[in-house]
Design a protein around this ligand. Structure first.
Ligand code: SF4
Ligand code: SF4
Length: 92
């Protein structure tokens, strides 16, 4: 089980979420972040930090975003870990 980053994260990347993660399991894609499902310990700390409510427990991902479950697993393993807050995409 793990937490999943979904569609609202696309283009946002406030990255408030990454600083609270105790196991540093966020990875940086080109347009959004991904959570590595084998590293996430389901602490839920990141859920409240996300201003656009993009993060869900795997069991609670809305139907239309179920494809993000596989996408997080696939993309996290190909991306670079991100542990520090970055400037939002729109400002960079
Ligand atoms: S805070 Fe939310 S929208 Fe921003 S990078 Fe994290 S998951 Fe994505
Ligand atoms: S639920 Fe906890 S361990 Fe999983 S990504 Fe969020 S902060 Fe990290």
């Amino acid at each position: 089980m793990a937490h999943i980053v979904t569609q609202p994260c696309v283009g946002c990347r406030y990255t408030d979420c990454v600083v609270v993660c105790p196991v540093e399991c966020f990875y940086e894609g080109e347009k959004m972040l991904y959570i590595h499902p084998e590293e996430c310990i389901d602490c839920e700390a990141c859920v409240a930090e996300c201003p656009v409510e993009a993060i869900f427990h795997e069991d609670n991902v809305p139907e239309e975003w179920k494809n993000y479950i596989e996408m997080n697993a696939e993309m996290a393993s190909q991306s670079k870990v991100i542990t520090e807050k970055k400037k939002p995409l729109a400002e960079s």
